[in-house]
Design a protein around this ligand. Structure first.
Ligand code: DGJ
Length: 567
């Protein structure tokens, strides 16, 4: 076990940091370090000089210990994951004040390299799901120095105070030691990104009422918050309540939390500028209500500008999407794909038909996607599904990544160029009754109205997710058996008349648009194949039953390069 004593070094260092006396951070100067690039409002995570797509999975909360890793790596291999999200626990990392234990981080690095996967490290620091539960014992046992919040009723809340200066100092010190160690121990960049804290904020209260917080709440609102929230022309002396009325408590807490985390991230980034993000426990995208209905303080859609203003070292704000209704899921993707924010889904549901939302995220330009809790440390049975096994739980993600993995670099590049579109079956995953083959639809499947249409410059791509009557007897069909809403398609434009097409449980066609709208067209070729080292290798050319009624994707991973022409 390697332990470093640093108190003497870090105390003066911390004082310098607090007063801004260190050099301005030179974030992103070294192109060999993974970094995020923005072009025309689209984003890519550059790894080894090219856009990279994180096909991830997050382990269970207690699976970051060496003892648990034998139940992690086989699951990752089964799912074809290229990036594993795994926690670093402050209580393990700094068992005594100023003494740092790098042994677990080193084990993660060594084993990830052996497994040929990248890592995203999750800093379980001051906040983990709104609480201080991962703080080291020496902090928990010293609540006067590292206090929790005080609620409006004067009682302690199970959430760390975001205005506690010693907590901030300790977090900055530990986090910078982590980043310093990564810089030295990870020259090959096994670690691609770092999550700063985990779902920060507070569940059982809206803000801190400690004397220190009360004094700030009664003070003037900082200029950057006024500017960020579009509050120009308010009196310079106005306090939070006067400016924000009934939103004041929430916005104040968001300001406190984002300012704290912004400082932790900036300090770490000064040492080693890996991309950093903060994940959000989401409010309802349609009917949010007010906190404490949802966790208050994190980067929810209504407070983005405050987070962006207070935490510029945080590269992206990321939604943990556990929304089970399709419309809500898609709305969250809309909210977090912004010109000022790369979309990354660091936690979501991976089971069953929810796996189709990988495609929805890619259609929104996502740089990565990572279902939660997919390792072999736990049983997957639930009261609602006692038959769920680990294999059943992991298979949908495995199927996605088996399909997308070999061309993940191409997908990342096409997305960065704005050339990817996707569609998913929009029926609700749980509520939808599996559909049987329709009995009233036209015999000619070409006349069946599509469920969705993707629009490219000169071509439309109609998409069907429902089984087709005619095709019940065809050898080339989507299954005509009852289906959950599993359908997904992904289309990348390779040239004016050429597309990369893939999907599962779906059917897709093409139609010319614009001036050519009524013109007859045909497939020049539909090549089935795979990308190998960036080159599409054709294994066969599909035709006849395999193309006449549309391009049909069932449950096996198939990739097509489709070339169209007008007659
Ligand atoms: C969201 C958290 O961020 C995760 O660490 C984990 O606690 C999951 N919820 C559990 O569902």
């Amino acid at each position: 076990m390697r332990i470093l004593k640093t108190r003497k070094f870090w105390l003066p260092m911390f004082i310098l940091m607090c007063f801004g006396l260190l050099n301005a951070p030179a974030w992103g100067d070294d192109d060999s370090i993974p970094h995020i690039v923005q072009k025309d409002g689209r984003y890519a995570l550059f790894v080894d000089g090219a856009p990279y797509l994180m096909l991830g999975a997050q382990v269970n909360n207690s699976s970051g210990w060496p003892a648990a890793l034998p139940k992690v790596w086989p699951a990752m291999e089964f799912m074809h994951v290229n990036t594993v999200e795994i926690p670093v626990y402050w209580e393990q990392f700094e068992p005594e004040y100023g003494k740092f234990d790098y042994s677990v981080v080193d084990t993660l690095l060594d084993q990830a390299r052996d497994e040929k996967v990248h890592l995203v490290l999750l800093w379980f620091g001051t906040w983990k799901n709104g609480s201080n539960h991962y703080m080291p014992r020496w902090m928990k046992l010293d609540p006067d120095r590292y206090p929790n919040m005080i609620g409006a009723d004067g009682k302690y809340i199970d959430s760390p105070s975001p205005v506690a200066k010693d907590t901030l100092a300790a977090d900055i010190q530990a986090f910078t030691m982590l980043m310093r160690h990564l810089k030295e121990a990870d020259p090959g960049h096994t670690v691609l990104m770092v999550q700063v804290e985990n779902e920060p904020g507070t569940w059982d209260g809206v803000r801190d009422y400690s004397p220190a917080a009360q004094a700030l709440f009664k003070s003037v609102v900082p200029g950057e918050v006024l500017a960020a929230m579009g509050k120009t022309g308010v009196q310079a002396s106005a306090n939070w309540r006067q400016v924000f009325g009934e939103d004041a408590d929430e916005y104040f807490h968001v300001w406190c939390v984002s300012k704290f985390i912004g400082q932790v991230a900036a300090a770490g980034k000064t040492i080693y500028p890996l991309p950093m993000y903060v994940n959000a426990s989401l409010r309802d995208p349609f009917k949010p209500g007010r906190p404490p209905k949802y966790e208050c303080g994190g980067p929810n859609d209504n407070v983005f500008p405050i987070w962006k203003a207070e935490a510029p070292a945080v590269d992206l704000l990321a939604p943990d999407i556990y929304q089970r209704e399709t419309a809500k899921y898609l709305k969250v993707l809309d909210y977090y794909q912004r010109p000022d924010n790369p979309l990354f889904v660091p936690e979501t549901i991976g089971q069953g038909a929810y796996s189709r939302f990988l495609f929805a995220a890619l259609g929104h330009g996502a740089i990565g996607f990572s279902p939660f809790g997919l390792d072999y440390t736990r049983s997957f049975e639930t009261p609602s599904d006692p038959s769920m096994t680990a294999e059943k739980a992991l298979t949908p993600t495995a199927l996605n990544y088996e399909l997308i993995g070999p061309m993940s670099r191409e997908i990342a590049r096409l997305n960065f160029e704005g050339k990817i579109q996707a569609a998913v079956d929009q029926r609700n995953s749980l509520e939808a009754k599996p559909e049987t083959a329709p009995t009233t639809e036209p015999e000619n499947p070409r006349l069946q109205p599509p469920d969705q249409v993707l629009h490219f410059e000169s071509w439309d791509a109609p998409v069907w997710f429902r089984p087709m009557r005619r095709l019940e007897t065809s050898p080339a069909t989507m299954p005509a058996v009852p289906q959950p809403p599993n359908g997904r398609v992904l289309v990348g434009q390779l040239g004016d008349n050429q597309f990369l097409v893939t999907g599962l449980y779906s059917r897709i066609g093409f139609l010319p648009t614009g001036a050519a709208a009524k013109k007859p067209w045909q497939y020049l070729s539909v090549e089935e194949g795979a990308y190998e080292n960036g080159v599409f290798k054709t294994s066969r050319i599909l035709n006849g039953d395999q193309t006449d009624w549309g391009l049909i994707f069932r449950e096996s991973p198939e990739v097509l390069r489709v070339t169209l022409y007008l007659r």
